[in-house]
Design a protein around this ligand. Structure first.
Ligand code: ATP
Length: 356
């Protein structure tokens, strides 16, 4: 068992609050990714779990035991950093063996475990090299090996792929996905890259300005974003969002009235993913602005009055005059003031609802 509970954790620095009453659970053997823009508090949260930093308020529990006063070295947690943090004067073998030597593990066992870990990560040929003789991807594997060999209760990853180029990032991401499945351990993984967060996670935590915006599976945060921030941060291209005046669940887009599944009246922000802006034979007349061929599909920019929208299509549009359809079940309605997703707050209902 290795479940983590973060209960009302805040962290104040001189510049203000880096974390504000963060409460969340990491389930045993789950991969939880924490995603958010630069400065939102991701690394601070990870460092607090690791015991490298202390919360100003709140509790950190590991398997039901409060860890606040437990030193980092006694938490049975291994952390992999963006900077790799390998000892440059040691060979890879020595880097991997160090923790076990400090624990006074017998020499023969150390040797066996280093080789077993190296085999698992396919870095055996690198064992006698020093970190400076390795590529970024190879260094990352050794850093991973150093965490794996400890066989900890929890793995923490702080932007481990940030120093790799785009192609290598993708490959190492797939390797990590396989590795996580194989080791079947509790993993907390911090990244600012929403694709990394989506692809590696069992569940995602979206963080902004030190506050949790949403916790859910990749499908939940993509398909049912809790608010406008999550809607724009998760997904590429970002969700289309535009202001509208809603009357009894309908709003005007260009010449047409569009129906939603929410009975609501008042000023709102409408959200639609690009794949749900469907170019069609009829519907809302729009003007084609640009087309980006992306190989398997096209990204298309269209204009309806003052509203710009992005659509994903299979085929290149044949004319500059196009028509749009937006299926009502794919329309998100956000409250204008708070940005919260009104459709999540209310069952889609025919009963009239009044704005707060
Ligand atoms: P990035 O993706 O850029 O690494 P992050 O989401 O990991 O960002 P943190 O490093 O956790 O963000 O920082 C959160 C906030 O706390 C930032 O405003 C940062 O400036 C501040 N902060 C972090 N560490 C300290 C510190 N030791 N002293 C003062 N302020 C700090």
């Amino acid at each position: 068992m290795a479940a983590i509970r973060i209960d009302g954790v805040s962290r104040a620095f001189q510049g203000g609050l880096a974390l504000e009453e963060v409460t969340l659970e990491v389930h045993d053997r789950e991969v939880l990714t924490i995603v958010g823009p630069s400065g939102c508090g991701k690394s601070t949260l990870l460092r607090i779990i690791a015991g490298l930093d202390s919360p100003t308020a709140g509790l950190v529990e590991l398997d039901g035991k409060v860890m606040n006063a437990v030193a980092a070295r006694d938490r049975n947690i291994a952390m992999v950093f963006q900077s790799y943090a390998l000892y440059p004067h040691m060979t890879c073998f020595e880097n991997l063996a160090l923790h076990l030597e400090l624990k006074k593990v017998p020499k023969k066992e150390i040797e066996a475990r280093v080789h077993e870990t190296a085999r698992q990560l396919e870095i055996e040929p690198l064992l006698w090299k020093k970190p400076r003789q390795l590529s970024g991807g190879e260094r990352q594997r050794v850093a991973l090996g150093r965490a794996l060999i400890r066989n900890p209760a929890v793995f923490l990853f702080d932007e481990p792929l940030s120093n790799l180029d785009a192609l290598l990032r993708e490959r190492v991401r797939h390797d990590l996905k396989e590795l996580f499945k194989k080791i079947n351990a509790t993993v907390v993984y911090v990244t600012h890259d929403q694709i990394e967060a989506m692809t590696l996670a069992d569940r995602i935590v979206v963080l902004s300005k030190g506050k949790v915006q949403q916790v859910g599976t990749p499908e939940e945060v993509y398909g049912s974003p809790a608010n406008r921030f999550v809607a724009s941060f998760i997904g590429s291209p970002s969700m289309n969002q535009f202001e509208a005046e809603m009357t009894n669940g309908r709003f005007r887009l260009g010449t047409e009235e569009i129906r939603t599944t929410l009975d609501w009246s008042g000023p709102v922000v409408i959200g639609v993913r690009s794949e749900h802006v469907v170019l069609s034979e009829s519907g809302v007349p729009a003007e084609l602005r640009w087309v980006e061929p992306l190989g398997s599909h096209y990204l298309v920019g269209v204009q309806v009055g003052t509203t710009s929208l992005t659509s994903t299509t299979k085929a290149r549009p044949g004319s500059d005059r196009v028509y749009l359809r937006i299926p009502e079940e794919n329309i998100h309605v956000f409250e204008k003031q708070s940005g919260r997703n009104l459709i999540l707050g209310h069952a889609r209902t025919a009963a009239p609802l009044q704005p707060a």
